[in-house]
Ligand binder design. Structure first.
Ligand SMILES: [Zn+2]
Length: 207
């Protein structure tokens, strides 16, 4: 299978993708202070109705959490809670579903598929903390298959790349996403703003 496409949207004309990324930026501004981590915002959107399915920002959930991680975990939690309520079970609390569990949450799911994920910074492909990467989580979500072979996530839109201040090997998310069949879209015109917000609490600015 050939890698999925990569697209570069120019700064103008403004598109709904720019609007969604602006929304993700407004979420990134809510990130609790951390002098050692980026501040990122993420949004899961229906490409057909533009409805917002879930959102998240860095450190929103307890622990050293990332924006895309929070966005996906909140989405899974909502779907799992609705399913549990329908079967009379107790509402699951803040569960971090592991590999292999996510597909089962979506058995019987009647919501939308082939969602778009917007993130102000390209998903992390390595974490200093050794915690699970957002790249890994997004690839997992893309493997959740629904009716007619539709996948849960189809495209990832990014506002800016990641510099090498934390991870010296660089970020290899674009290639892995594309190999996993996920289109990568770089949204032009918001790079500087996305980067400035990402760095807003960092002690050490880029040299
Ligand atoms: Zn991450």
């Amino acid at each position: 299978m050939a890698p999925a496409e990569v697209h570069h949207l120019p700064a103008t004309p403004s598109t709904p993708h720019h609007t969604h990324l602006q929304h993700a930026l407004s979420l990134a501004r809510l990130c609790p202070r951390s002098t050692t981590a980026f501040s990122v915002g993420a949004l899961l959107v229906s490409p057909t109705s533009s409805a917002i399915i879930s959102d998240g920002y860095s450190r929103e959930l307890p622990g050293n959490t990332h924006a895309e991680e929070c966005c996906l975990r909140k989405f899974y939690g909502t779907v799992a809670a609705a399913k549990a309520a329908a079967t009379g079970n107790l509402e699951p609390k803040d569960v971090d579903y592991q590999d292999g569990q996510v597909q089962s949450i979506f058995e019987g799911y009647t919501g939308e598929w082939e969602l778009d994920l917007y993130t102000t910074m390209v998903p992390c492909s390595k974490r200093m903390s050794g915690l699970r990467t957002c790249l890994d989580r997004i690839v997992e979500a893309s493997k959740v298959i629904g009716p007619e072979g539709k996948r849960l996530i189809k495209r990832v839109f990014c506002g800016c790349g990641e510099d090498d201040r934390f991870v010296k090997e660089g970020n290899w998310a674009e290639g892995i996403l594309r190999e996993a069949g996920i289109e990568v879209w770089w949204v032009g015109g918001l790079e500087n703003e996305c980067r400035n917000v990402a760095e807003m609490w960092l002690e050490k600015k880029a040299e």
